[in-house]
Design a protein around this ligand. Sequence first.
Ligand code: ATP
Length: 248
Amino acid sequence: MASHLGGLSGAPVVRVESLVRRFGPRTILDGLSLDIERGEFVALLGRSGSGKSTLLRARADLDDKVSGSGRLETPDKKSVVFQDARLLPWKRVLENVVFGLDLPEAAERGRVALEEVGLSGRENAWPVELSGGEQQRVALARSLVRDPELLLADEPFGALDALTRLRMHDLLRQLCARHQPAVLLVTHDVDEAVTLADRVLVLDNGGIAADIAIDIPTPRDHGDRRFGEIRSQLLRHLGVETKPVLPV
Ligand SMILES: Nc1ncnc2c1ncn2[C@@H]1O[C@H](COP(=O)(O)OP(=O)(O)OP(=O)(O)O)[C@@H](O)[C@H]1O
């Protein structure tokens, strides 16, 4: 699992200070500040429309559609994973993983990355021949082969069935432990956030409404008492009340 240890060694990987972002007259992010340390795994929860994707995709430069202010620093070496794998259908799996990677050892690195995500032997398959979960594995391999300092993930497992999602949690946890990127994961799934993250943030009213360190050793058990407490705390911040289950 990612740890905070790397954070002792220097500046944060992501620095967001008093960030304001507006679409036309609507202010979506309203003075939001946030640091992510090297190797830290941060999950971002928030109601639909609260601005999670806007934060994840925020860029330093503004344009006609987006106005705002504040400071936003992210590393050059960053990768993004979306809900859909976005593979190039006319390229084989290995070609997708190393697409645009201009290195003599690209193919070898691509093979290693595919092995890491459990897809050895599928290098020459076409994307259409893979299941949704397998395609997301390829997307993860494509991200990690670039050795990113920051991995941005926008609901990467949202389209997968529950069992595949659990398997992907295990895989992502292992990959992050090995590669130690800083991670910003947007998710609707409170359990996913508590399972994976070092820190969970709740976005509300354009700012960080809660910032909760997850003090549970990994791998984490959903049935654990502390897991349940943190889940309830987060649900309250999201405006969902949970009632304790009374013994009968
Ligand atoms: N390109 C855009 N132009 C105008 N408004 C936008 C644009 N992108 C997002 N918005 C608005 O900004 C608000 C925040 O959107 P965003 O996608 O960041 O929310 P979210 O928290 O990721 O939501 P969800 O959980 O439903 O994906 C929404 O009200 C949305 O309509």
